[in-house]
Design a protein around this ligand. Sequence first.
Ligand SMILES: [Fe+2]
Length: 302
Amino acid sequence: MVVAGGCADACSANGDGIAADSVIAAVDTERYPLDAPEGERWVDAVRRARAELAADGCCVLRGFLRDSALETLRAEGVALAPRAYYTVERVNAYNISLDTALPEDHPGRVVLERGNAFVARDLIPAETLIQRLYTSTVFQRFVADCFGLAELHEFTDPLAGLCLNVVAPGMSHPWHFDTNEFTVSMLTQLPDAGGVFEYCPAIRSKQAENFDDVRAVLEGRGEGLIRRLDLRPGDLQLFQGRFSLHRVSPVHGETQRHTAIFAYSETTGVIGTAERSRQLFGRVLPEHLDRAQAVRGDRLLD
Ligand SMILES: [Fe+2]
């Protein structure tokens, strides 16, 4: 198992024994033994996670963080949220241009409003719990093992690897597919109401887009295809979002919904496009402009 960092400032925490210890202290190691890699209980936890992922592409590791860490987690999100890039954007589920020429009945023609906001990685201090988790080598090793991967890498993208996803009251993160094949995330603050994670397991595959089913969900006719998660702060969610259409339903009440998104890749050097960076973060860095053509394992729409 090999892990590699992609962020010079945040990764300094990796070699720091105190930082590593503080990550272990925050995790419920009775249930998720990050303090004993490859031990019997580690193997058991990994086996359970793999079984859930194999069943429907989603696994929730309940209570991954100890209760004592939850207030830190919540307070970090609250402090970071004002730094998010707030905009309401008209999108489609494939995150391709709305001008793209598509057949009349193509689900990419369904226009949605994306009202969630992202705090970019370079605005999240290295000492925060979410940044220490994201860069922790033992956390990465555990996550990779759960996904059955030999290797796992942080994004090289200075903005997109770790984000705080903020969904304010009245907003939603509408139906979409992820660009990456797997996502790791953790709710850090629940809203008062709404803000439910909904997903359609394996609604498409590497071989087939299944546009009819996707369109049914987008048009509100796909109830039988949708599953809903009751997520709590501190639960760790492992998700294969490239093939499972998913959304966060509209948030109600007074409180924002906050989620840390830990993006990893099987390959090194992952950097998003300039267009995507502008959409998500409102800015583009030299790394995005210099980016080589992305290496992709499929020909699906983005
Ligand atoms: Fe997503």
